[in-house]
Design a protein around this ligand. Structure first.
Ligand SMILES: Cc1ncc(COP(=O)(O)O)c(C=O)c1O
Length: 435
């Protein structure tokens, strides 16, 4: 149990070691000072991950040969496969390396929908289009009813009662995300899985963990689902890779595959060994972080400790963003700045905030931030990636602020100062500079 409700920061010495392990935390490619607070759109990369990508992809060898380097590549793949299981605490099942998390989700939804009996499918209004659109498409193709759980504008998430209330004996598939990439709200997946399976014990459940995986613990022994996906490029790794794990029963459902491959094999064509090398570097890093706090030779134990410390540090950054410090006002008190979907219990949130200015549009604000060396992103209702979720909260848009654990309190304070500067620059004349 995490007892630090307001989080716990890394020491200064560890913070600087952490920053050193990532590319471009404090400056951009030209060496200009920059704060990158758009990690929900693609996170800082570990130096070790990009090095592994280049090292492994430089080899011309095919992993399906008998030569020494081919055997080495097979080992890289086997270790990366084990490390996906380490991240998820998964036993058995199949690991599927796809090109994107969206691709893996569409494939999993298709396999379940086309092969598991049932007349309805259940999902939530907050899902990313990668799962929502897959659910809609296959519900339509197979003539099943799509049931969509509403969001809760107070928590910014989906209530357990609301989504479980849609499940019945005829539900073919339940698909729900671990955390919202708009509000940062974490869903109570453990309760959702338990209660949904109390209604239908053999219910198939898929989870989109793309947003949550880099920010907190996932434990499939406590939340036994049938499929779950992550995106390494949002998890300190590289783009061009989406990874999924499928339970034994889901893995053997009919799916696109070469006929000669085993029934539970999902990679279609030659998967790239670098994808696996990058996962291993991600897990190596989180374990290294864990080893700063706990002595263990067990990789999962070290990973659990590392991700828990990431979560605590990020919660402390979130508290600082919202409440500020002695010398800097937080977003909750800055005049003419609004925090949307603000929620008191930060243990229910990943490190993402949705904010807005009273007198400045979201897209213009993003440009103002950039001209001051800060990268954030606007989520507006005209975007296919945001409309459904924003509408569900009756929001027209927001500026999404998503730092990462490799940011420091000084980075957050710098962001708060710039936010104050922007709010003052766009204050109506009569209002005067913000107090
Ligand atoms: C919550 C969530 N799920 C799924 C995805 C899809 O990831 P990809 O674009 O790699 O397919 C994203 C990407 O933004 C996401 O934020």
């Amino acid at each position: 149990m995490n007892t630090h409700h307001q989080g716990l920061l890394f020491s200064d010495a560890l913070m600087s070691e952490i920053k050193n392990r990532f590319h471009y935390v404090d400056h951009d490619i030209e060496g200009r000072e920059r704060l990158f607070f758009d990690n929900a759109g693609g996170s800082f990369r570990l130096k070790a991950a990009t090095e592994a990508f280049v090292r492994i992809d430089s080899l011309p060898d095919c992993p399906e040969r008998i030569h020494a380097l081919s055997l080495f590549l097979q080992k890289v793949q086997a270790e990366g496969t084990d490390d996906v299981r380490t991240i998820l605490n998964a036993r058995g099942g199949s690991v599927y390396a796809s090109l994107t998390a969206s691709g893996a989700m569409f494939d999993m939804v298709r396999a379940v929908t086309e092969n598991v009996p049932g007349t309805n499918m259940v999902t939530s209004i907050l899902e990313h289009p990668s799962s929502f659109d897959a659910m809609s498409l296959y519900a339509q193709r197979t003539g099943k009813e799509l049931r969509v759980a509403k969001s809760n504008p107070v928590t910014g998430g989906i209530d357990v009662d609301e989504i479980v209330g849609q499940v019945d004996q005829n539900t073919c598939l339940l698909s729900v995300m671990y955390a919202s990439n708009i509000s940062g709200a974490k869903m109570d997946i453990e309760a959702i899985v338990k209660r949904a399976r109390a209604i239908k014990p053999d219910l198939y459940i898929l989870v989109d963990a793309v947003q949550h995986a880099p920010h907190g613990l996932i434990d499939l022994q406590k939340t036994p689902v049938d499929g779950i996906n992550i995106a390494p490029y949002k998890f300190f790794g590289c783009r061009g890779s989406g990874l999924a794990w499928l339970s034994d029963r889901a893995a053997t459902l009919p799916h696109h595959k070469l006929a000669g491959k085993k029934a539970d094999f999902w990679d279609l064509g030659s998967s790239a060994p670098w994808q696996f090398a990058v996962v291993t570097e991600i897990v190596n890093y989180v374990c290294w972080l864990g080893s700063q706090f706990v002595r263990s030779t067990n990789r999962r134990e070290l990973f659990v400790c590392g991700i828990d410390r990431i979560e605590r540090h990020e919660r402390a950054l979130l508290a600082r963003l919202l409440n500020g410090g002695e010398s800097v006002a937080g977003l909750r008190t800055l005049p003419q700045v609004k925090v949307f979907l603000d929620y008191e219990d930060l243990s229910k949130r990943d490190l993402i905030l949705a904010i807005g200015f009273d007198h400045l549009g979201h897209t213009d604000a993003v440009r103002e931030y950039e001209s001051r060396g800060v990268i954030v992103y606007e989520r507006v209702a005209s975007s296919l990636y945001s409309k459904r979720m924003l509408d569900s909260f009756s929001l027209e848009g927001a500026i999404r602020v998503s730092p990462l654990h490799c940011n420091s309190v000084a980075d957050v304070d710098h962001f708060l100062q710039i936010t104050r500067e922007i709010s003052e620059a766009f204050a109506p004349a009569a209002f005067g500079p913000a107090a």
